[in-house]
Design a protein. Sequence first.
Length: 219
Amino acid sequence: MKKTAIILGATGLTGSIILEKLLSDSRYKTIKLFSRKRIKGLPGKVVQFTGNLLELEKFKSDFKADEIFCCIGTTTKKTPDKTLYKKIDLGIPVAAAKLAKENGITTFLVVSTLGANANSRIFYNKIKGEMEKNVLTTKIEKTHIIQPSLIGGNRKEQRILEKIGLFVFKLLQPLFFGKLKKYKITEAKDIAQAMLNLANSTTTEQIIKSEKIKELTLN
């Protein structure tokens, strides 16, 4: 039986790649997108629901699928207000996990970050750590939390300083081996493929470290 997938964050770098992959994957009959605004030019296989994702529970009756791919995330540049930042990066994934549990969705995949720790003094790592902790407490049967390092890829809104930073970081990649291997840039296309492979696997591994993401693209 063909499946239905939900994507949260389909306009972002990783989410947009997952959308492309699901569109061409014959195992999926329907793709549901939940976002603030519609994406134009998508085929009939895609059903779009637009509204305020900070009130995700209002979508409960439509929030039904076999799998959820959660790629929600903001930046301090876009969202300087820490309270709002927390509502997005922590609140939306946790709300999605709770709805998934209530609606009997058994597969939940979410993008976090390397170094996520609920006790961290670093705001970003702390938020992601709290998100992971809360998602796991929902006890969804098949939960996969992806922890990439710095994410590489062609961003629509990539700024000049960000481009320079990624360029310099790429030059340093040959130095990252052994214990430093986990800090290598994680390509968005690899995250997307790893998530898709995980969704269609029997593995029960919950935390996927950055250094294993590339390996999972080969399965």
